[in-house]
Design a protein around this ligand. Structure first.
Ligand SMILES: O=C(O)c1cc(C(=O)O)c2c(n1)C(=O)C(=O)c1cc(C(=O)O)[nH]c1-2
Ligand SMILES: [Ca+2]
Length: 719
């Protein structure tokens, strides 16, 4: 092991934030050519749909199994699946939306929270809604300006906007009906998750725990946008009542798990509800996943060392009032960005007395354990490791992880699995009640965690209390990126939740693959980082069909039926946390990311257009300069300010400009103009003058150029 191998971060976002400059211009809203139908979806229609002809809510149905009862596409004919239509989503940023399909119309989102209504049979545009987000907001988005999709209810379409708005649109025309600001926009809140709607209430959370916010879930009146209740996941910093639904929970269980001091008091403590929100109709409750602590490092967040409820927990509240019912904490006293926001799936499993059926909630959170809880009470029924890990040796009888002491990192780095991107991230998991298996898009992305000796909360950027600049070689030759790539793994795991063990596993050639769809055609669909969209036999894992969709496909696929024909659909487009931070994980000279919807049917003969973006000229645009000390200083400043958007080792996957090959990097004046003077603020790359001096900015430039020369080969094909 060389020095850098034992220290270096592998593939995660671990320093302060740089501005995220979009390359594309969002299109202006289009006037609808044809009106979409009213979309009269109500609670009953979603409850009674069993994943059939339509796809009515983010996870397909309220139970969010992502299981379709359709059998039109099956193991017998999947080999003849071909492209029915494609639709461009006008972006080269990350696309993470699962399309909602109602009454023959597909409602799907793109980057920057833009909504599209498409004819689900032909892909023809009906209307587009652009919330016209100020691009400077991009600097608050920890993990790209992504959006996971809309909710549709009684003629309205709901979208959470990256700047913290919740907008309700007319499903027929895309015209805005109401808009409400759900967060304090002076703080680094964002919304990336899909709203859910039940019984006239729209539910939405937010993100921002890498930067420093206090998380919560809010219910709004679906008709008017009026706030109905809010559940905070972290106590009021003064431990005073908020006059919100969460008050009683903190009085009874929450407050005692937090001390009186630490960064949480000023920064909010984290606990963002940025993805899973599930309606449990049987128990009339909302079950939602809560994110990591802010800052990650508990020593700085809350030196008293408590469990810090409700961080990294699954929480159930009354669907009407938001009042607390139960919680289960997956990672007590989170220290690692181990969110429990991952997909929550409700199902009936024979885990009751004498094998009786029991309604359960299942989750495979970032921390690497697969949990099965009683849905009515939150009782821990089962928990087993589904991925490689060295932070805990297992779970005790109450489901509490038995931590390895070194995992509570201090000044000595701990090389750890899972890392902050998790053994499973937001890519949706599926469950088939026919095979009785859960399908987990799992991964291994290790991380060396070490305390940040310089920790002090900043207004812009990440505030994690973890530092990954130490040990990074100032100049990393190509074999460093190659080594890092070799540590990344991806798997599709078919998990038996009753036995608590895998039934079969498919190994992928990279981490960060797509969400999963299971169907009664005995198929499992998954997209991959390399752009392959694949169908497997749900029982055996045998690969039955694959087509390259010409861009990484990370979102959850969907399926629906129109005029007796079954369609399978996937959105494509790199972006997200992994693409921004781990550019080195992408193949050399990868094709550019293009956001689109690609929809298949048996016998489809359509083509997927190649990206028309010009290939990047992968040569340094100036000579190297600066001595070793300057480059080393630049390396540290880069990792603290720029890395989470522009990539570890300054290697970009091409979603944001690859600084190594940028003309701006080759020109001192232009560089200063961007980094210090904020000349590209309108694109999202705001001024960093508050955080780096002009001298440090120039040292960063020296580092990036040195890095470019270290990896560029004479033919210009460097990585
Ligand atoms: O703590 C948070 O508030 C928060 C928010 C988000 C987000 O909203 O996208 C992500 C994360 N954390 C996170 O830890 C993470 O790994 C992540 C990946 C992604 C993505 O879209 O690729 N988002 C997020
Ligand atoms: Ca997080």
């Amino acid at each position: 092991m060389t020095h850098w191998r034992s220290f270096i971060m592998a593939g995660s976002a671990l320093a302060l934030l740089a501005g995220c400059a979009p390359k594309e211009e969002a299109k202006a809203p289009e006037t609808p050519a044809v009106e979409a139908p009213f979309a009269d979806v109500d609670t009953n229609r979603i409850e009674t749909a069993s994943g059939g002809a339509e796809w009515l809510t983010y996870g397909g149905t309220y139970d969010e199994q992502r299981f379709s009862t359709l059998t039109g596409v099956n193991t017998g004919n999947v080999s003849r699946l071909g492209v029915a239509w494609t639709h461009d989503l006008d972006t080269n940023r990350g696309v993470e939306a699962t399309p909602i399909v109602v009454d023959g119309v597909m409602y799907v989102t793109s980057a920057w929270s833009v909504v599209y209504a498409l004819d689900a049979k032909t892909g023809e545009a009906l209307w587009t809604y652009d919330p016209d987000v100020d691009r400077a907001v991009g600097v608050k988005a920890c993990c790209d300006v992504v959006n996971r999709g809309v909710a549709v209810y009684k003629g309205k379409v709901y979208v959470g906007v990256i700047d913290g708005r919740l907008d309700a649109l007319d499903a027929k025309t895309g015209a805005k009906v109401w808009s409400t600001v759900t967060v304090d926009q002076a703080k680094p809140y964002t919304i990336t998750g899909a709203p859910r709607v039940v019984n006239g209430k729209v539910l939405i959370g937010n993100g921002g725990a890498e930067l420093g916010v206090r998380g919560y879930l809010t219910a709004y009146d679906a008709e008017t946008g009026k706030k109905l209740w809010r559940f905070y996941t972290v106590p009021n910093p003064q431990k005073q009542p908020d006059h919100e639904a969460s008050d009683k929970a903190f009085e009874t269980v929450g407050n005692v798990t937090w001390g009186d001091e630490g960064a949480w008091v000023t920064d909010g403590g984290g606990g963002t509800v940025w993805d899973s929100i599930v309606y449990d109709a049987v128990n009339d409750q909302i079950i939602f996943g809560v994110g990591n602590g802010s800052p990650w490092n508990r020593t700085f967040r809350d030196p008293s060392g408590g469990d810090n409820l409700f961080l990294s927990s699954i929480v159930a509240v009354d669907a009407n009032t938001g009042e607390y019912k139960w919680h289960f904490q997956t990672t007590p006293g989170d220290n690692w960005d181990y969110t429990a926001t991952q997909s929550i799936i409700l199902a009936d499993l024979p885990l009751g007395e004498n094998g009786a059926m029991r309604r359960v909630a299942m989750q495979a959170p970032k921390n690497g354990f697969f949990y099965v809880l009683d849905a009515a009470t939150g009782e821990f029924l089962k928990g087993n490791a589904y991925g490689a890990m060295n932070w805990a040796t297992g779970l005790d009888e109450n489901g509490r992880p038995m931590e390895v002491a070194a995992a509570r990192y201090g000044k000595t780095p701990h090389q750890q699995l899972p890392g902050p991107l998790g053994a499973h991230n937001w890519q949706p998991m599926a469950y088939s009640p026919e095979t009785k298996l859960a399908y987990i898009p799992a991964q291994e992305i290790p991380q060396a965690y070490v305390e940040d000796p310089r920790f002090a909360s900043k207004a812009i950027g990440w505030n994690t209390g973890a530092d990954f600049s130490s040990g990074i070689p100032p100049i990393a030759p190509p074999d460093v990126a190659k080594f890092l790539r070799s540590t990344l793994k991806g798997h599709l795991i078919a998990w038996d939740p009753v036995k608590g063990e895998p039934r079969w596993t498919v190994d992928h050639d990279n981490a960060w693959n797509g969400g999963v769809l299971a169907t009664a055609g005995n198929l499992v669909f998954q997209g991959k980082l390399n752009g392959d969209f694949v169908a497997y036999n749900a029982t055996t894992g045998e690969k039955l069909w694959s087509q390259n969709v010409k861009s990484g496909a990370a979102a959850g696929p969907g399926t629906y039926e129109i005029d007796g024909e079954q369609y399978v659909t996937i959105t494509t487009g790199w972006g997200s946390a992994f693409a921004l931070t781990a550019g080195y994980a992408y193949d050399e000279a990868v094709p550019s990311s293009v956001g689109k919807v690609v929809t298949f049917k048996v016998g489809g003969t359509g083509l997927i257009a190649d990206s028309n973006l010009p290939p990047i000229d992968r040569t340094p645009k100036a000579e190297s300069f600066g001595d070793e000390a300057m480059i080393a200083e630049g390396a540290v400043a880069f990792s603290r300010n720029c890395m989470v958007c522009h990539g570890a080792l300054a290697a970009s996957s091409g979603v944001l400009p690859d600084l190594r090959w940028s003309a701006i990097t080759g020109n001192a004046e232009a560089w200063k103009g961007v980094v210090i003077d904020g000349n590209l603020a309108a694109n999202g790359m705001v001024s960093f003058a508050e955080f780096v001096t002009p001298e440090e900015a120039e040292a960063i430039r020296a580092y990036v150029l040195a890095q470019a020369h270290a990896v560029a080969d004479p033919a210009g094909g460097g990585q």
